[in-house]
Write a protein that binds this ligand. Structure first.
Ligand code: ADP
Length: 830
């Protein structure tokens, strides 16, 4: 049976006998000639039958009464017989072999009519009728033998007539005519036979050509069908780029087109040792592919044989072939055709076609089906390449996505979770864990697919532990099947692992942990999967490192924040304590000052009384002593006053009694009290610009203290012979409102100057640079120390007036004496 004609019935050629048996040509020709007679007998018998019926009547009417009855009777009998023959031929097909005998019988019957006529009428004229019969016979008879027998019958009958008739010389021309008619008849016979033979030859030739044409047509049709099938399969498969769908479609199409019992496609695995079922028809095919059914190359089944030999195997009866591998799920296979799927020199796999019928695959089918298999191989190669390209793109996209996802967070917990989540997108696993190495112990930091109890598992490393290996090589470690791996540590409580992949997490050339991927079924990780997972592990390690660093920084920040808070609290406590102490000190100063004032007043009163006493007044020594006591008491009173002012300023209890103050008069008042001091120190005083100043709203007593302290300081920190200047200027213009107007007074000296570093410090209370030893030497002595309150009181009073006070000096230098300038700005209005 031909594989291609099984479904589509072949065109059957209706062959003539000679077309099938050209060698029996003679016999065939005879049959054809006999058939020619068969066809003419019916009209001849009908025509002659009618003619003789007419003759019967004519005979009765025209012939002499003596013979008319006889001749008409014979004619009538002839007519009846002929019409009878016609009827018989109409209802029944005359076998060809009886055609000539019947024709001979008819001829004999007709001849009998002529003989009867000649005999009874003794009229040789009837010889012409015989001649006509012979001519007619020549054009009817196709067998020479039978025709000769007719001739013989006619001639013998006619001769017998001549013999029975009275002697006459008239027979000669009739005889001659008879002979000529025989010659004519023979010629006609020959011509007819020739025509029939030629016609038959032409018909046979025609039939042969037709047969040849049909053979050609048939093979063209087959080729067309093959081409169409091939094209259909080719077209359908080349547009499919998904390998699984492609293989399933190919199997299905081939089964559909060629009516196979089973079609399977096996592809060579990576090792090249097995051919694995990748697609097949029906449920069996699906099952085999899902189970990963495989056959050993060169050892198992025709499939294995073809994969090894790389040439087709066609088996008409599989029960007779030792190579045949009977799969229990495909029991009805009788014949099989297995074709290699090759792409150039590369063996891709095999195409397996099985049929329930013996000899289902013809020898002729093999080249075509191999052509189809080659097309399938190209499609497989294309799909594989597309798949590779697609998976590369997917890989790049996935890695990009993974990278983005991983770098999107710095939360360590989230990163760990993301690593496992993203890993699921890349490689298939049943359980996975991120294990981090700390102090020689591997700890599961995050996991998927593990029972809850396994989370806190510390995996203690053995000498041959897989992690040791990964740590040493810094490379992924793949175990195809852990059951075959003697060093494998099975963790109790976990399902049995089969395929395992460990990926190092490397940070600064150090393996800090690993990603552990486990499959609980024995499907090893492919090279692609390992490469992909390794790249991913690299990214995961970076993300982990970043998250850890971030974690450390966050913790450090938290510690720092806590420390700052603690310090701030401590500082606040210290500040509060200091403030408390300061308040206590201020309270003490205020109390002490008040307490000191009373005895000082008493002291002052008594010294005044002593000075008023005549006895003392007349005694210069005693007067000097009492004056000394009075000066000391005044100085003490001043200091106590300063202490009281400071205490008031600190406690914001300073009371101002503003009144219009002329700064010029005020400065005159202050300096007039210090004339003696200027003289003692040989210093000059220069005052300028004060008289032009408008009067300001201020507490005159308070302002007096400000300038007193400033001028005393100027005298004190200026060497003998120096100069103290006091200048004033109006701050403001015509557009300024009275509230914005102010005056600025500058107290300058040619003294030792002030280090800019202490510009602010000197305004704090109790700050002073004078030597303690010089303190008691007097308030205007060069660099004579004071209680360090003057400037603090000055700033307090100026600020209480809403003014500003500051110092300017090139610096501190006792040799060069660069001098200092104290600026006081006071608003005109309070
Ligand atoms: P005291 O003069 O009692 O020490 P002050 O508060 O008046 O206290 O002055 C504080 C300090 O400022 C002084 O000890 C001194 O060192 C410095 N100082 C004040 N005025 C001058 C000045 N005109 N030239 C140089 N130093 C000065």
């Amino acid at each position: 049976m031909n594989a291609f004609s099984r479904r589509d019935k072949p065109i059957r050629i209706i062959k003539g006998p000679s077309a099938s048996k050209p060698e029996g040509e003679e016999e065939h020709t005879r049959a054809v000639l006999e058939a020619g007679v068969v066809h003419s007998l019916k009209p001849i018998s009908a025509g002659l039958g009618v003619l003789y019926a007419v003759f019967t009547i004519i005979d009765l009417m025209t012939l002499p009464a003596g013979i008319a009855a006889w001749v008409a009777t014979v004619a009538a009998i002839t007519a009846v017989i002929l019409l009878g023959i016609y009827l018989a031929l109409s209802v029944k097909i005359l076998p060809a072999r009886y055609a000539h005998p019947l024709a001979f019988a008819i001829a004999a019957l007709i001849l009998a009519n002529s003989f009867t006529h000649i005999y009874l009428a003794k009229d040789l004229q009837q010889t012409f009728q015989i001649a006509l019969i012979l001519v007619g016979a020549g054009s009817v008879f196709t067998s020479s033998n039978w025709l000769v027998m007719v001739y013989a019958l006619a001639l013998s009958g006619w001769a017998w007539m001549i013999y029975t008739l009275p002697a006459s010389n008239d027979w000669t021309p009739f005889g001659l005519a008879l002979l000529i008619s025989i010659l004519l008849s023979a010629a006609l016979h020959r011509a007819r036979v020739n025509t029939l033979v030629q016609l038959e030859n032409l018909r046979v030739q025609d039939a042969r050509r037709k047969s040849e044409l049909e053979t050609v047509l048939k093979s063209t049709e087959e080729a067309q069908r093959s081409l169409a099938t091939s094209m259909a399969v080719g077209q359908r498969i080349t547009s499919i780029l998904d390998l699984d769908i492609l293989l399933a479609q190919v199997a299905h199409l081939i089964q559909e087109r060629f009516g196979c019992y089973y079609v399977g496609i096996f592809l060579l695995d990576e090792s090249g040792e097995w051919v694995v079922s990748r697609a097949g028809t029906g449920e069996v095919g699906k099952l085999l592919s899902e189970q990963g059914f495989r056959l050993k190359v060169g050892e198992e089944g025709l499939v294995g044989w073809v994969a090894a030999k790389r040439r087709p195997a066609r088996v008409d009866d599989v029960s007779q072939d030792l190579r045949y591998y009977q799969h229990e799920q495909i029991p009805r296979t009788r014949s099989e055709l297995v074709l290699p799927l090759e792409m150039g020199a590369t063996m891709l796999g095999v195409l397996d076609m099985q049929s329930e019928q013996r000899k289902a695959f013809g020898e002729d089918d093999v080249p075509f089906l191999q052509m189809l298999a080659d097309q399938v191989a190209i499609a497989i190669q294309n799909a594989s390449m597309y798949q590779v390209e697609k998976s590369r793109r997917r890989l790049a996209e996935t890695l990009y996505g993974v990278g983005r996802a991983l770098s999107g967070t710095l939360d360590l917990e989230k990163v760990l979770d993301l690593i496992l989540e993203q890993m699921e997108e890349i490689v298939e696993f049943d359980r996975a864990a991120v294990m981090l190495s700390t102090n020689g112990k591997l700890e599961i930091a995050a996991s998927r697919g593990y029972p809850d109890s396994a989370h806190s598992t510390h995996v203690v490393m053995k000498e041959n532990d897989v992690f040791k290996e990964i740590e040493r090589t810094q490379q992924p470690l793949h175990i195809h099947d852990v059951l075959q791996h003697s060093d494998w540590q099975h963790s109790p409580g976990l399902p049995q692992a089969r395929a395992w992949l460990g990926l190092p997490l490397i940070r600064a050339d150090e393996v800090t942990g690993m990603l552990s991927l486990t499959r609980e079924h024995p499907v090893p990780y492919t090279e692609d999967e390992i490469a992909l997972a390794s790249t991913f592990a690299g990214q995961a390690a970076i993300a982990l490192q970043n998250a850890r660093l971030y974690d450390q920084i966050t913790r450090f920040n938290q510690d720092l924040e806590q420390m700052v808070q603690e310090r701030t609290e401590a500082l606040q406590a210290a500040y509060d304590q200091l403030e408390h102490l300061d308040n206590t000190k201020s309270d003490f100063i205020r109390v002490a000052s008040h307490e000191l004032r009373t005895p000082l007043t008493v002291l002052h009163g008594y010294t005044q009384m002593l000075l008023d006493d005549g006895l003392i007044r007349n005694n210069s020594l005693l007067s000097q002593l009492v004056l000394g006591i009075q000066a000391g008491a005044s100085r003490l009173g001043e200091i106590v006053g300063s202490l009281l002012d400071t205490a008031k300023i600190d406690s914001r209890a300073l009371q101002l009694y503003p009144a219009p103050v002329s700064l010029s008069s005020l400065i005159d008042l202050v300096t007039s009290g210090l004339v003696k001091s200027f003289e003692e120190r040989g210093q000059s005083l220069e005052i300028e610009g004060l008289r032009e100043l408008p009067p300001i709203q201020a507490d005159p007593e308070a302002l007096r203290k400000v300038f007193y302290h400033l001028i005393v300081n100027a005298i004190k920190y200026t060497p003998d012979g120096g100069k103290v200047s006091i200048s004033g200027r109006y701050l403001g213009n015509e557009d300024s409102s009275p509230d914005e107007c102010a005056v600025e007074l500058v107290v300058s000296d040619t003294g030792i100057g002030i280090d800019p570093k202490v510009f602010e410090l000197i305004f704090s209370k109790f700050y002073q640079t004078g030597e303690v030893a010089l303190h008691s030497t007097g308030k205007i002595k060069f660099k004579g120390g004071g209680p360090g309150l003057g400037l603090a009181i000055a700033r307090g009073i100026v600020q209480a007036h809403g003014g500003r006070i500051w110092v300017e000096s090139p610096g501190y230098n006792e040799d060069m004496c660069p001098g200092s300038q104290f600026h006081v700005v006071l608003p005109i209005r309070q």
